[in-house]
Write a new protein. Structure first.
Length: 140
């Protein structure tokens, strides 16, 4: 894939782990980080993963709706849980995405959400993980 020209390129830097700052090079986003287990102000990997996944999946759903000539509103909510491995050694993220499309029959919504899951670049990145799920819902 290295021989292809990217449509967009970003370089993100973290020099402090979960406490401190992370930033996008060249004057982009700069975020204060804090552990999800502390009371300190800041964001964490769980929140950033949820923002990335919900944004990508919903943008893909909206693109699919537009391609079908539909203007229905959609919403994606992602729940990210920071979990300890059952062995007690190490951690993992349990990620659940819930997607709703207003005004469509549920069966049609399910098909669009499934197609979006297969097309969304973040979904592709997470594909195959046993701790990631995407579910169409009728209401939140």
């Amino acid at each position: 894939m290295k021989d292809r020209k990217p449509l967009f390129h970003a370089e993100i830097v973290n020099e402090t782990g979960v406490n401190g700052q992370a930033f996008v090079k060249n004057g982009g986003l700069n975020v204060k980080l804090s552990s999800p287990l502390s009371d300190e102000e800041g964001t964490n990997p769980e929140e950033l993963l949820g923002l990335s996944f919900s944004t990508c999946l919903n943008a893909t759903i909206q693109s699919l709706l537009k391609a079908r000539g539909k203007e229905n509103e959609s919403r994606v909510e992602v729940h990210v849980d920071y979990m300890r491995e059952p062995s007690g050694i190490g951690f993992f993220f349990n990620v659940e995405a819930f997607a709703k499309i207003e005004g469509l029959p549920f069966e049609e919504s399910e098909k669009i959400v499934e197609e979006a899951e297969n097309r969304c670049p973040v979904s592709k990145l997470l594909a195959g993980s046993q701790t990631v799920s995407v579910t169409a819902v009728e209401q939140f």
